[in-house]
Design a protein around this ligand. Structure first.
Ligand code: ADP
Length: 493
């Protein structure tokens, strides 16, 4: 048998401790799946003020108390604690960075929960967290084979490891996974000095005159991955979304690969989901109906089970294409449909959706904030799921929808393009509805195609079952990551 590898997986959000989006789901499912493949994997995350130590069984570790961490001209103390995350089969250890001034003092992870505006000292907060990761390894005397970093919030780890502790981490390979190029951790020039790297390394963390966490990750990691093959191609083709960092990636395309993420079938699975009104499978599809009923009731909408119900969950921002819904509202809600939306985001967008719900009280229900239970019920109770994203690196909700028999209507971009295929009535192939142009008209066209087919009950149900029977589970992605780990370890030999 091949030797298991030791892996430290670092993320700024990990379900069930902390979650705002898909990265948290991935940071839970992937380490557990890699543990199943035999690797000695541990995760590390920050403990924000809203995370309860008691509820998450977070305990102190003797060796990791009051660690001094310099950020700019000040030194703050980190105490790294221990916890674990598990599923019915497996358990993974978690290191949790705790601290008063940068972490406990803030209830939001990156932004104020009320205004949705980013915290001004996010540069310092995440420089601090990144440094605690390496200090933990040093104090434990544990130098894993792989450090796997995720998104901008961990981008300085590769730079700090290579520039400050080259000897200690000489046998450690670093992987940097980019979940979203739209968010690079870019901060004013004054932030560069706060990292504390030598002059010779500053160019590698600077982009367009600003501190750029993501650039630091790209330059210093041994391999870079992104979260779907199509998104990987889009970024390398030079999309404006990467804000010039694509030029850097193009220089070493062999360092880069796209791995499509999947569904954690122990968390998102209608056959065993205890957060929904009634469990069901493709064989017991009539049991999906009580979920629709429960969702309509909970949303305060009339319980008309024959009216198609469109669901949507996510961050209310430009990336998710939510303004197309506002633009199309008059034409969309002229149809006999119900629409249930759960989302969070900046105040202005939340206000617009609250107004939409007021304008169409019998058709539209909007819940603002974060609500995991409702997210599960939407996946189970809706007939269709809308994702009109401008760009979508991977997208998990369209895959959850397929598993829950909730037909996705998506724009053809990134991971959506890799997972949703237009239904073809002649060949009976396909699992959803897809539009190309980023416009309200194209989105409405796709919704109309879905509404038309919804009336042909037998064909609709055949398509639903087809989607439910596809394999979207994590296994394949975990194997690809494992192979990537092994292939870079070979570079050492
Ligand atoms: P992204 O990672 O871009 O946010 P994904 O589709 O990959 O989008 O993943 C989103 C994940 O976050 C899903 O698990 C979804 O259910 C969850 N989610 C997003 N917004 C909310 C919310 N307001 N309440 C509950 N869950 C949410």
């Amino acid at each position: 048998m091949t030797k298991p590898l030791s892996v430290l997986f670092v993320s700024s959000e990990v379900y069930p401790f902390a979650k705002t989006g898909g990265v948290a789901d991935v940071s839970y499912s992937l380490p557990l799946a890699l543990r199943d493949l035999g690797h000695d994997i541990r995760v590390m995350l920050p403990k924000y003020g809203s995370i309860s130590e008691r509820k998450n069984k977070i305990h102190e570790i003797n060796r990791l108390k009051d660690i001094p961490i310099p950020v700019g001209d000040t030194v703050s103390l980190a105490t790294v604690k221990s916890s674990s995350m598990s599923n019915p089969r497996t358990k993974v250890q978690a290191y949790v960075t705790t601290n008063t001034n940068y972490l406990d003092a803030y209830k939001g992870f990156y932004a104020d929960p009320v205004t949705g505006i980013d915290y001004e000292n996010n540069d310092e907060r995440f420089i601090f967290f990144n440094k605690t990761v390496l200090q933990t390894c040093l104090l434990l005397g544990w130098f894993p084979d792989i450090i796997h970093c995720n998104d901008w919030q961990t981008g300085l780890i590769p730079a700090l490891a290579r520039e400050m502790y080259p000897e200690e981490f000489k046998n450690t390979k670093i992987i940097y996974t980019i979940h979203n190029f739209g968010n690079q951790g870019s901060f004013p020039a004054e932030s560069i000095a706060k990292v504390g790297l030598p002059e010779s390394a500053l160019e590698s963390i600077t982009h367009n005159g600003r501190l750029n966490f993501m650039k630091a990750g790209i330059v210093h990691a041994n391999r870079i991955s992104t979260v779907s093959p199509t998104y990987c191609g889009e970024v390398l083709a030079g999309s404006e979304l990467s804000d010039g960092l694509d030029d850097l990636l193009k220089k070493t395309p062999e360092k880069m690969m796209g791995i499509l993420h999947g569904v954690d079938m122990m968390t998102w699975n209608p056959a065993i989901d205890s957060l929904i009104a009634k469990k069901y499978t493709a064989e017991t599809l009539t049991n999906k109906i009580p979920n629709k009923e429960a969702l309509l009731k909970r949303s305060g909408l009339p319980v008309h089970l024959d009216v198609p119900l469109i669901g949507m969950i996510g961050r209310l921002n430009e990336q998710k294409g939510v303004h197309l819904i506002l633009e199309a509202a008059e034409r969309l809600f002229a149809e006999d449909i119900h629409f249930v939306l759960l989302g969070d985001g900046e105040q202005e967008m939340k206000q617009k959706f609250a107004e939409l719900a007021e304008r169409y009280p019998h058709k539209v229900s909007v819940t603002l904030g974060f609500d995991d239970d409702l997210a599960h019920l939407i996946e189970a109770g809706a007939d269709m799921y809308l994702m009109p994203s401008l760009f979508e690196p991977c997208g998990l909700n369209q895959q959850y929808s397929l598993v829950y028999g909730t037909v996705p209507i998506v724009r053809s971009t990134g991971g959506l393009k890799d997972t949703v295929f237009e239904y073809n009535e002649e060949t009976s192939e396909g699992n959803g509805f897809v539009f190309n142009e980023f416009s309200a008209d194209a989105m409405l066209d796709a919704i109309h195609r879905a509404l038309r087919l919804y009336k042909q009950r037998d064909t609709w149900l055949q398509m639903v079952k087809q989607g439910m029977k596809e394999d979207h589970s994590w296994g394949n992605a975990a194997r690809q990551y494992s192979e990537m780990y092994r292939s870079i370890m070979k570079d050492l030999e």
